[in-house]
Write a protein that binds this ligand. Structure first.
Ligand SMILES: [Zn+2]
Length: 509
């Protein structure tokens, strides 16, 4: 993700000083089953659920317009990690009509944002859970993962909104296979993560009641189509994308024949062409930095609405139309930021939300590097500007790898400490071990952890291995310290208070 407005962390810092949220001290008390509501993530303690590991989601949505709930069936296949007499799914913003487990009706209750399920029969450790939830998914709530656009819907689930779209184990530490089936009126286009599994199929019209002919003189409506997408790689719930709208799908070829696929408003295809045409070169540039692109396709989803952020939904990054129309030297680095996330965050996924600097620090680093190489921005000056405010940022938002509790809303934990702060730590590491070793580390990181789940400790361990010496203390200070350490090679730099925060601000054209 990248927010495009400056953030204020002062209120949060004051709040954090008085609050310690843990799984045992949740507002409203623990759920009545006694099962923990979440995995105890230190930033989002309620997210995710213990006791099982999801292998796959198969989600069917029936779309009736952006102001009405979608009808949905979510099928989950999971493996029990312990004997289960009951379990939780994360779910909100929809009604539940029924829950089945292993083919039999299950009982369930709703407790805040949890769907608490009791199967008809206990499931042994190692056993399979086949869960079918028939439900609705309401796009109207402000905190929904759905984003209402000028002509339909898109998704922006990061960090904690996927379960406000479909029932799930809503934590990045449980990646799974996904299949989407989306039924929508035939004059709309549906695109989801990955490539289409098949051509869209027409939905058979509901037969008129026996003995009754269809009303005469009524114009035939455009038949609905069902679109099926199945991304090739496992995916975190926060990275799911389903776009429904009056869209044009534009295709081109990237490096080594990588299929590129952009989704834009049908009226925008010419206006956006200059930006979209930059993607092949940007993929080539990123591959030159870190190695082969990790997925089967890439592209840009342009939405005509104001979200206030851009988002790296897997294989299809979400962009506000207004950002794509911004001057090239502002828009293009943000395109590289979301592209870099396909390696850092999407393919290689953080184990906890405290590790999100591994996503944002890297994406910001490549955004800076690209700005320097392509638009002549002085890299050291850019880094020095972030360095100058870093102590202030740590005070307001926490150190990069130990952020303070999230703000309200979708920008939650997406503050300067994980962007500029994370990129600064990477620059410091590069200064410390040298650019060639740093590049070896980056390439080994994304190749060795492809489709995997990683922690900050994993990064420190690999950095030490690649450098051939223990970097634990060095990275501890950069990632967890209350104050900004001296910058190797730039002992004259001062991390003092400053008048402005190190946020990226884009003024749309
Ligand atoms: Zn980002």
């Amino acid at each position: 993700m990248i927010p495009i407005t400056p953030r204020s962390g002062a209120v949060l810092a004051a709040l954090a000083a008085t609050l310690t949220l843990t799984g045992a001290e949740l507002p409203g008390g623990p759920p009545s089953t006694g099962t923990p509501a979440g995995l105890g993530d230190r930033l989002y303690p309620d997210l995710g659920n213990p006791g099982y590991d999801v292998a796959s989601y198969d989600i069917a949505f029936d779309y009736h317009g952006q102001d009405r709930p979608l009808d949905a069936v979510t099928r989950i296949e999971a493996r029990a990690l312990a004997p289960l007499t009951g379990f939780h799914l994360d779910f909100a913003n929809g009604t539940v009509q029924s829950v089945q487990v292993n083919g039999r009706p299950a009982t369930y209750t709703r407790e805040r944002e949890e769907l608490v399920v009791t199967p008809a029969e206990p499931v042994p450790a190692g056993g399979t859970l086949r869960i079918t939830v028939t439900h609705t998914s309401d796009p109207r709530a402000a905190d929904s993962g759905w984003v209402r656009t000028a002509d339909g819907l898109a998704m922006a689930n990061q960090a904690d909104a996927a379960h406000r779209v479909f029932p799930c184990n809503d934590h990045p530490s449980d990646k799974a296979a996904f299949t989407f089936h989306v039924t929508a009126p035939g004059d709309l286009t549906v695109v989801a993560n990955g490539v289409p599994d098949a051509v869209p199929t027409a939905v058979p019209a509901v037969a008129a009641p026996a003995g009754k002919a269809a009303p005469a003189g009524k114009a035939a409506r455009v038949p609905a189509l069902t679109w099926t997408y199945r991304p090739a790689n496992p995916m975190a719930t926060e990275l799911a994308q389903v776009s429904i709208g009056r869209s044009a799908v534009l295709r081109r070829s990237g490096p080594h024949g990588l299929p590129l696929r952009d989704v834009v408003g049908a009226a925008d295809r010419d206006r956006l062409e200059a930006r979209l045409a930059m993607t092949p070169g940007q993929v080539r540039w990123m591959e030159g930095q870190v190695g082969r692109y990790p997925f089967e396709t890439y592209g840009i989803l342009s939405v005509d609405t104001t979200t206030g952020f851009e988002l790296e939904t897997q294989t299809l990054s979400l962009f506000e139309r207004r950002v794509l129309l911004a001057p090239e030297h502002l828009a293009a680095p943000l395109m590289v930021h979301e592209l870099a996330h396909q390696w850092f965050g999407d393919s290689v996924t953080p184990a906890t939300w405290s590790d999100v600097w591994l996503n944002e620090g890297h994406a910001t680093w490549y955004e800076w590097l690209y700005s320097a190489e392509k638009y002549g921005v002085n890299l050291d000056e850019q880094v020095r500007a972030a360095y100058a405010v870093d102590t202030q940022v740590r005070k307001a938002d926490g150190p990069p790898a130990a952020p303070l509790p999230p703000d309200q809303g979708k920008l939650g934990i997406f503050r300067s400490n994980v962007y500029g702060g994370g990129a600064l730590a990477l620059y410091a590491l590069r200064q410390e071990i040298g650019a060639p070793a740093f590049q070896r580390l980056e390439r080994a990181w994304v190749a060795g952890h492809r489709d995997g789940i990683v922690s900050t400790a994993d990064f420190t361990a690999l950095a030490s291995q690649v450098a051939g010496r223990d970097l634990g203390g060095f990275l501890q200070a950069w990632l967890y310290g209350a104050v900004t350490p001296p910058m190797p090679g730039h002992r004259d730099w001062v991390a003092g208070p400053a008048r402005t925060r190190a946020s990226v601000a884009v003024k749309p054209a």
